[in-house]
Design a protein around this ligand. Structure first.
Ligand code: ZN
Length: 97
C-alpha cells in the first residue's frame, strides 16, 4: 500500500489541518484577550463573550481532532490533542504531511 497521499487527499488534509489550526489559534487569541480584560478590568459582558469564544473554539478543535479521518483510508485518526494530527495514519500508514 502506498504511503503517499494523492493530490485530492492532500488537499483534504490541508483543509482539515487549516480548520484545526484556526480553531486552536482563535481559542488562544480569545484566551489572551480574556487575560488582558481580566487584568485591566473590562466589562462583564466582554468577559462572558470572550470566555464563550475560548470554550467554543477549544470544543470545536477537540471535536475536529477526535473525529478527524484519514483522507486515504477513512480510519479515525484518534483524539489528537491540541488539534494536532499524527505524523502518519495508524491504520494504513500513509504519511499525513
Ligand atoms: Zn489511513
Amino acid at each position: 500500500m502506498s504511503t503517499e497521499l494523492t493530490p485530492p487527499q492532500r488537499r483534504r488534509l490541508r483543509l482539515l489541518r487549516f480548520t484545526l489550526l484556526g480553531a486552536v489559534s482563535s481559542a488562544l487569541v480569545a484566551l489572551l484577550l480574556l487575560g488582558v480584560v481580566l487584568l485591566r478590568g473590562g466589562s462583564r459582558t466582554l468577559l462572558l463573550v470572550l470566555g464563550f469564544i475560548v470554550v467554543e473554539s477549544m470544543t470545536s478543535a477537540a471535536v475536529l481532532g477526535a473525529f478527524a479521518k484519514c483522507p486515504a483510508c477513512g480510519a479515525r485518526l484518534g483524539a489528537a490533542a491540541q488539534g494536532l494530527l499524527p505524523a502518519r495514519c495508524g491504520s494504513c500508514g500513509v504519511e499525513l504531511r
